[in-house]
Every structure is written in structure tokens, then in C-alpha cells.
Design a protein around this ligand. Structure first.
Ligand code: AMP
Length: 218
């Protein structure tokens, strides 16, 4: 099962990718997570990516495609994968197609999550994450037991620099301009399915499983 998760920032792609990858025991590749790890480790790539990320802009295609190409060569991806947050431009989609073709494989499905713009802004601006273990919480919808403290490891929660209002606006604009065209791109290739991402994590997960079930036994 080779699946791409598409949708604006804040639609819950990452949360669902995490759950579904565990359910099917397949790899989850999140370019946002890979880039944040590079930033934390202050690698050359991380230093290059940081400014783009802080401002809510996309990291250059060549950087991100290189990251994904490496990951897809990993044996953990041999049986399939869920791609979260990649591709985000038509160029990235074309490059992904080439990488998979060189391995004599192709995508099975692209799941497009949709949530109202108002909900997306609420989800992103209230999101808090743990800088130590990367667990995520929300000030209204997934409160930690103790305010601003990670349930899992006890570290102080922080707001991601790109979850601040001005960066959120930029990310949504970038999504509309550069990523939304992928909905049509994949629809034309008959790969697109839609999932309503507006319910609870459990409800959305059920919708997602319904969409994925026909691909399960391939
Ligand atoms: P995410 O966690 O998916 O919201 O990604 C956080 C940030 O990482 C984005 O706002 C971009 O700056 C960068 N990023 C993640 N994935 C990509 C991608 N496929 N192309 C370019 N930049 C990306």
C-alpha cells in the first residue's frame, strides 16, 4: 500500500498517518518531522531549512525530494508507506513519480483530507508540542493533564514557531498556491479519494479505514 496524505496544514494528516501506519505496520514518512529533526540536530540541511520553516514557506523542492528519495530506499518502505506532507508542489509530485517508477512501483492512492478554514486555524493556533519527545497536545481539544506540561515526559510544552498567527497565514496561502493544485493533478490520474477530517480523531480514522480497506490485500 503506497499512499499519499494530502491536505492543508492542520487537517490532521500527521495524526492519522501515525495511527494508520501503526495499524498496517507500514512506514510513515513525514517530511515535516524529518526537517524538524534536521533542524534540531543542526545539520547543514537543517540550517538551510530553518528559515523557510519558521516563516511558513516551503523548503526548496531539491532538498525535500532528496530526503524522501533516501527514505524510500530504506527496507522499511519495501512493503508500502504513508507519505505525510509530501508532495507539496507539482514538481515534487513529478519527482515522486519518477522515484517510484525507477523502483518499478507506483502510488496506489492519494487521500485528500478536508476541514473548514476556520477549524484549521483553530487547530493550528492551539497546538502545543513537546520539544523533547515530540508529543502533541491542543489547548482546547487535547489538553495535557497539567497545563503546558507534557503528559508523556514532563517537559515544558511549546508552540511551534510556524504555528504562530502570521506563519499560519503564510502556510495557508502557500498551500492554496502551491499544494492545492495537486488535488486536480491526482484526480486526473484517478488516484484521489476524499476524507472528511472535521470530526474527532477516532471518527476520521474510521472514515480513513473505509477508504483504505480495498487496498489492504494487494
Ligand atoms: P508540516 O509538519 O508538514 O506542517 O511541515 C512543516 C514545515 O516543513 C512546512 O511549513 C515547510 O516549511 C516544511 N516542509 C514540510 N514538508 C515539505 C515539503 N514537502 N516541501 C517543502 N517544505 C516542506
Amino acid at each position: 500500500m503506497r499512499v499519499v496524505f494530502l491536505g492543508a496544514p492542520g487537517v490532521g494528516k500527521g495524526t492519522q498517518a501515525e495511527r494508520v501506519a501503526a495499524q498496517y505496520r507500514l512506514a510513515k514518512i513525514s517530511t515535516g518531522d524529518l526537517l524538524r529533526e534536521a533542524v534540531r540536530n543542526q545539520t547543514t540541511l537543517g540550517v538551510e531549512a530553518k528559515n523557510f520553516m519558521d516563516q511558513g514557506q516551503l523548503v526548496p523542492d531539491s532538498v525535500v525530494v532528496g530526503l524522501v528519495r533516501n527514505k524510500l530506499s530504506d527496507p522499511s518502505c519495501a512493503n508500502g508507506f504513508f507519505l505525510d506532507g509530501f508532495p507539496r508542489t507539482v514538481t515534487q509530485a513529478e519527482e515522486l513519480g519518477k522515484v517510484l517508477q525507477s523502483k518499478s512501483t507506483a502510488l496506489d492512492l492519494v487521500v485528500n483530507f478536508h476541514v473548514s478554514r476556520e477549524d484549521v486555524v483553530r487547530r493550528l493556533s492551539g497546538r502545543r508540542s513537546c520539544p523533547k519527545c515530540q508529543a502533541t497536545f491542543h489547548v482546547d481539544f487535547a489538553k495535557p493533564k497539567v497545563d503546558e506540561v507534557c503528559d508523556r515526559c514532563g517537559d515544558q510544552l511549546v508552540q511551534r514557531s510556524d504555528d504562530r498567527r502570521d506563519a499560519i497565514e503564510t502556510r495557508l496561502k502557500v498551500y492554496d498556491e502551491q499544494t492545492a493544485p495537486l488535488v486536480r493533478y491526482y484526480d486526473e490520474r484517478r488516484l484521489l479519494s476524499s476524507v472528511d477530517g472535521s470530526g474527532s480523531v477516532d471518527v476520521v480514522f474510521q472514515h480513513l479505514l473505509n477508504v483504505l480497506t480495498p487496498y489492504q490485500v494487494r
